[in-house]
Structure formats: C-alpha cells, structure tokens
Design a protein around this ligand. Structure first.
Ligand code: HDD
Length: 751
C-alpha cells in the first residue's frame, strides 16, 4: 500500500472518532433529529470559471487550450509535487551535508517552500481589513423595469453574487463585535458584466468630499505613536476630528446607536449610501438610493455583550455567518430602491441628493423591492476568495450610472488605485473571485500576474490585422451611457454647495426617531467613548456639537462626564422623526437563533429536553445543551459545559434543572454572580441567568429549573416565564423571540 493510503486511513479513523461532542448542534448532525435543514457540509469549492468566464487565459492564438485546468481544491492527487508538478519524496527534512551537517543551497524544494511561505501575506486593506465573505445568488422581481434597463433586475433572472462584510477601522485579525460601521459589499456577476454595490450598514457617511477620506481614516485608526487602540473609535484623534469636522456628526451618531454593534451580519440593513442615476430602455433617467433589507430584521448586541464576545469569541460574526449557511439557514435580503425624479436641482423633499451625509426618510420615499439575495455557500479558501476579492464602484452594468456626489466621484478613483498595490498589479479582475461571468474582450495587456495568453496581434483600434475586432456595442447595449447630464458652466472652485453646510438637522432627526431605550444606549455610548479621551477640550467640543443636536442628549452625556452642559450655538432644528429608523417594536422571524438549555447531572426526563430540542430545530433555530460535564447525560449530548458556556452565545435560555454547585466552579464567577454561601445552584448557571436577564433575553424554566430563577431574583420579571413542562415553556419563550429582546427590562430614563 502506498504511504498516502495509510495516512488517509489514519485520518479517516481519527475523524470518525470525533462525534458531535461539544460542537454546536446543527440540524442534521449525527445525534440530532430534525432533518428539516441540511447538515453543514465540507465547503464545496468555488465553481470553476464557466466557459464565458474563460478569459483568454487558457487559449492560445490558435484556439488551443494552453493553461492548466482551474484548480478548485488542493491536495487532490496522490503525490506531493513542487509548484511545477515534479513529484517529491520528502518534505520533512532539508537536504544536509550529513545528518548533522549544514543545509545545502541546492535544495530546490526547501528554497521553493520557504520563499513561497515568506510571501504568503499581502497588504491588508487600508480600511475594511477585517471581514468575511460568502457566495450566493440574486433573483430579480422585474419591478425595476420602469427605471432601469439593467438586465439582472428583470423578472426571475438569477445572478451569482459574492458578498463581503467587514468592519472599517480594525486590522485583519481584530475582533468582530467592536463598535464600528460595517461594510456590505456585493459583487453581482451579471450577464452584462460585474456590478459592485459597495455599501455600508449605515446610510450616511462621515464626509461629503472624498478628499477628506484620508483625514477621517487617519483620525479613526490607532494613534501613530503607540498604535492603540485597535478597532475603536473611543479615542482622542477620532473625537478630535468629528467634533471639528461637524459634517461627521450624523454618521457618528449612527455609530453610537445600536447600529454600531450588530447582532449578526445576517441582521443588518445595507445601503449604497450615494444617490445613483438609473437609465431605462427608453433612455429616461431617475435618481435612486439602494437599500438591502434583511429577512431577519435589524438587530443589535447590547454593549456589554459586544465587549464580552470580543474576548470570548472574537470571530463571532464570521462564525455566525458560516454556521448559519452551513446549517442551511441561508441569510437573505431584499434589494430595494428609493426612487426620486431626476430634477435639475437633484433634491427631494428638501434633501440634497448629492449630499452623502443625508438620508431621505422612508416615510417620504418608500423603499420599493426589486429583487432578493440569498447567501448559500461559504468560501473554500478564505484567502483566494475573501482576501483577494476586490470591489469597485465603477463596475456598473448598462442601466446604472453615477451622479456628481463628490464622495462617489472620489471613490471612483480610489478603489482601482488601492487594488494595484494590494493585489500587486492591474490584473486583479482575472483572480477567480473577481472574474466576470460575462465574456471579457478587452484590449488591456500584460502587467504583473497576467493570467491570459492573449491571441492576436492588434490590441488596438482601429485595426485591420485582427479583422477589426473587437467592435464596440450600440448605445442600447453598452454600459457607461454618458448621459447628456448638464454640467454647469462654472468657475473652477474648491467649494461645496450651500446645502452641505447643514450638519445637524438630520442628526436630530435620527435622535428623535429613537425609542427611549435606544436613546439610553446612545447616551451611554457617547459617555463611554468620550470618557476614554484624555483631552478635556475634545470632550467639551463634542458636547458643544451635542448641544446643537438635542439639549437632553447633551445634558445626559455631560452629566455622565461630570461636565457643564453647554448652550447650543445654532438653533436646534425643527424636524419630524422617521419611525422606520428605530429597531424596536417590530416582530421578525427568529430563524437561526441559538437557544441554550441548561440540564443537571441527573436531569430526569431527558426525553422532555430532547423533545424541546426537536421543536427548536423544527422551528429553524439551534438548540445547545449546557451541562455540568461533557459527554452524555442520559441520552443527551452535552454541547457546552458550564465551564465553557457564556451567555452571549445564546439568544434565549431554557432551564430544565437547577444544578447544584460542583467543585470546579471558578471562584471569580461565584462572586460575580452574587452567589452567597447559601446558594444551592451552580454559580456558573446563576451567572448565565444573570447575564441573559441583563441583556434582555427571554428566559424560561420548568421543573426544578424555576429554583434557579428564584436564586438570581428574576422570577416573575418581564420575559421570564415558567411552564408545566418543556413544551409549554418553550412555547412561551418562542412568543418572546420575534421582538429580539425583552425591551421592558431596560430602564430608560430618557423619554
Ligand atoms: Fe470605501 C473599501 C464602503 C467611502 C476608499 N469601502 C471599502 C469597502 C467597503 C467600503 C464596504 C470594503 C470592500 C471589500 O470588502 O473589499 N467606502 C465605503 C462606503 C463609503 C466609502 C459605503 C461611503 C459612502 N472609501 C470611501 C472613500 C474612499 C474609499 C471616500 C476614498 C476616496 N474603500 C476605499 C479603499 C478601499 C475601501 C481604500 C480599501 C480596500 C479596498 O478599497 O478595496 O479604496
């Protein structure tokens, strides 16, 4: 037998031994019961480029295929080889002059292996370095035909997509749950060429002119001297900038709101931010803003949860996305458009549509659904697909065009420019994840990492030597319609329109649209962040900005900082709220929520718990059994031990027992849970309950479980239910889940 076969046997035998112990119970895993969703599988490879995608890369001038077949998976063959396909006998020892002698320079395999390794890292993105991505598809509803001729929006047209979610400020290895804006970049591989919608989960931006981008990012990134803090806006340079450059105040308040700490990428809205110009088949134009609406609704973490998770599971959002997709709970969004007439003043309801620090409230321009996106495939190789993905606002199909938004105009330059350094040259669109699925027939040639073996001799126009090819498309088929939009005859200026000077009215609009509990969170966030600044004058200057937004907000933050409340320097705007901006009060499907079930060492009636698990799985949620030790309790597999479980992993908690303290309880947790000597329940369980309660999570108990509620002192409070048995308790908890949290539990001092 070949050595490779022996190793394979060993690996398979080891894999077979690893049961589902201590792994999340995902539907379909061995031992779980409800097969309504499919089991997470080994990620499958990216589809090989389709024929049309076959850039000239693999074709010689005579049409003969020259390149190797596309590689979707490594380690397929029996033999290890060099990068040039030569079989290798040994990869564990370098070639030496005798067993104790020096290494010989002639060892090609050693040098190739080392050199390649030394160059494995590429520069991380200057912003949005920390991210994660997934593949999926988009289906058009056909409802956008009036406003655009973009073919991928036509009825039932299915388009492959790749989406990358990210934070903005942190490095590639930073934690997922920091307070920050989230990137939401979608690449549609449309049959008319790629369309990149490079948006955020916040509909406004810090700056109005792209020339300020290096400034805001330098201010937000870690301080240049000590390179701290990582992935945070809670520091002097950030608040220095936003309190001086006050057009940043609107975006800043969104960051300080719950939008800055999403519960999951699956539960975020996405926004194209800018106003785009659409063109329909008749050549008529309209101005639009793009919106992604998540099927699961918009939900956030609490600040304490976000902080705990950053330590307990810094990859929380990445894991959440991949667990959901691999469990078959595919994340889904609807794409919608706010449509405005393309009037000469490019203004709607008094809002300047070219100003990226402004929204148009949905109450004034409803979001009209035009298609649906589903993410159903995780990457096979993170580097190849996620790290090498490259987005660009200039990737526009026919029917979608740009406006003069000065932020958008600057972005059109920056994205190609950055890829040339990050992906080492101008051929990044030939990397598989970036390759269009539409035929490519460009006259771009050579450059670093050229994959194509271009045929022909005449990459220029006009030519006769290549038969005049390629030809240009008619106006009705081409992108970049070069619409005859009037460019005013005006002197060259470095200036913004007068309407851009309003920096506060929409911040107030956002503030007034929040419910009391959301306002409380905003106050706490400002107070926390400003208290982390060392410079008193920066705090005072930001308080001055808050005074121009709302006197109550300003007074509350000032009180928290122990500073006097300043008077407004501008009249506080008289604006109507937009209730659509609030996250509280709407009911959403609880798909993919994680329900923890606490059991004791001798939980009676494990059948009852098992039935509860089945019901949870059947409802498209994930049950996790939490027990005093790993392995089995009755017939139940324990997936989290008391020592490893932390409340932040669960969206709701069920208690089937009130387990007694066990000797391995960590003393610090004892104290934290406020357990006294008389406590008869394991302090780690008390801590779970205490935290779940503080974070507004639904809690249910039956049988002896109810005793644990008594000991934490939360029995009978809002969102804490008891039932005769597991089924009844779960039903009561399920009724609480659509609202995401038990909002009544949060004390809101600000009306
Ligand atoms: Fe940007 C990346 C979103 C303004 C320059 N941006 C980047 C990504 C997202 C956004 C989601 C990550 C893409 C990925 O996952 O690879 N950026 C935005 C939004 C903006 C915005 C919604 C305002 C509406 N960006 C903006 C400006 C500039 C840039 C004004 C510069 C003039 N952005 C970049 C960049 C990045 C980038 C430096 C870094 C990595 C990359 O492009 O590929 O070019």
């Amino acid at each position: 037998r070949k050595p490779t076969e022996v190793v394979k046997d060993v690996v398979e035998a080891a894999a077979a031994k690893v049961t589902n112990a201590l792994t999340p119970d995902v539907p379909g895993k061995p031992g779980s019961v409800t097969p309504s969703l499919t089991e997470p599988t080994d990620p499958t490879g990216p589809p090989p480029p389709s024929k049309e995608q076959g850039t000239p890369a693999t074709v010689s001038p005579t049409g003969v295929a020259t390149g190797a077949p596309p590689i979707s998976k490594a380690q397929q063959g029996d033999f290890l080889t060099t990068s040039t396909g030569t079989r290798l006998r040994d990869t564990d020892h370098s070639l030496k002059a005798g067993p104790r002698g020096p290494v010989l320079l002639q060892d090609h395999h050693f040098r190739e292996k080392m050199t390649h390794f030394d160059h494995e890292r590429i520069p991380e993105r200057v912003v949005h370095a920390r991210g994660t991505g997934a593949h999926g598809y988009f289906i058009g509803y056909g409802t956008a035909a009036d406003v655009t001729r973009a073919a991928f929006l036509a009825k039932d047209v299915r388009t492959e997509v790749f989406v990358r979610f990210s934070t903005v400020l942190g490095s590639r290895g930073s934690a997922d749950t920091v307070r920050d804006t989230r990137g939401f970049a979608t690449k549609f591989y449309t049959e008319e060429g790629n369309f990149d919608l490079v948006g955020n989960n916040i509909p406004v931006f810090f700056i109005q002119d792209a020339i300020k981008f290096p400034d805001v990012i330098h201010a937000g990134k870690p301080h240049p001297d000590r390179e701290i803090p990582q992935a945070q806006s809670a520091h002097d340079t950030f608040w220095d900038f936003v309190s001086l450059h006050t057009e940043a105040q609107h975006h800043t308040m969104w960051n300080m709101s719950d939008r800055g700490i999403p519960r999951s990428y699956r539960m975020m809205e996405g926004f194209g931010v800018h106003t785009f110009r659409l063109v329909n088949a008749a050549g008529d134009t309209a101005l639009v803003k793009f919106h992604w609406k998540p099927k699961l609704g918009v939900h956030s973490l609490t600040w304490e949860e976000a902080q705990l998770i950053a330590g307990v599971d810094p990859d929380y959002h990445r894991r959440d996305l991949y667990d959901a997709i691999e469990a078959g709970a595919f994340p889904e969004w609807e794409l919608g458009l706010q449509v405005f007439p393309d009037t000469p003043d490019e203004t709607f309801a008094g809002v300047d549509l070219l100003d990226p620090t402004k929204i148009v409230p949905e109450e004034l321009a409803p979001v009209q659904p035009v298609g649906r996106m589903v993410l159903d495939r995780t990457p096979t190789n993170f580097f190849a697909e996620v790290e090498q993905s490259a987005f660009h606002l200039g990737h526009l199909p026919p029917g979608i065009d740009v406006t003069n938004d000065p932020l958008l105009q600057g972005r059109l330059f920056s994205y190609v420019d950055t890829q040339i350094t990050r992906l080492a040259g101008p051929n990044f669109n030939q990397i598989p994840v970036n390759r269009p699925h539409a035929p490519v027939n460009d006259m771009l040639r050579d450059g670093f990492h050229q994959q194509a073996v271009h045929g022909g001799v005449a990459p220029y126009r006009p030519n006769s030597l290549d038969g005049g090819n390629p030809f240009t498309a008619g106006a009705d088929q081409a992108a970049f319609a070069d619409l005859p939009v009037t460019v005013t005859e005006a002197p060259k200026v470095r200036a913004s329109p007068a309407s851009f000077a309003d920096h506060y009215s929409q911040v107030r609009l956002f503030w007034l649209s929040m419910t009391p509990v959301e306002r409380e969170h905003i106050i706490n966030a400002y107070t926390f962040e400003l208290s982390r600044c060392y410079h008193q004058e920066i705090r005072e200057r930001q308080l001055q900005c808050l005074a121009n937004i709302d006197p109550v907000l300003c007074a509350e933050v000032a009180a928290g900082l122990g500073l006097p409340t300043p008077e407004a320097t501008e009249p506080v705007a008289d604006v109507a709220p937009s209730p659509a901006l609030s996250q509280v009060g709407q009911a959403w499907p609880p798909d993919g929520r994680v329900i923890g079930i606490v059991v004791g060492p001798q939980t009676d009636g494990t059948e009852d718990v098992d039935a509860v698990r089945r019901t949870i799985l059947g409802a498209g949620m994930v049950p996790l059994v939490i027990g005093p030790h790993g392995g089995l309790i009755g017939d139940l597999t324990v997936q989290r031990t008391f020592a490893a479980a932390r409340s932040v992993e669960f969206d709701a908690l069920l208690l089937a027992a009130a387990p007694a303290p066990s000797p391995d309880a960590v003393p610090a947790r004892d104290a934290k849970a406020g357990a006294s000597d008389s406590a008869t329940v394991d302090p780690r369980v008390l801590l779970l309950i205490d935290e779940a309660w503080r974070h507004g999570k639904a809690i249910g108990a039956w049988g002896t479980g109810a005793e644990a509620l008594q000991q934490v002192g939360v029995a009978g409070s809002p969102g804490v239910v008891t039932g005769e048995d597991g089924a009844a308790t779960l039903e009561a908890v399920q009724a609480l889940l659509p609202l995401h949290r038990v909002w009544d539990r949060f004390p809101a001092s600000v009306a």
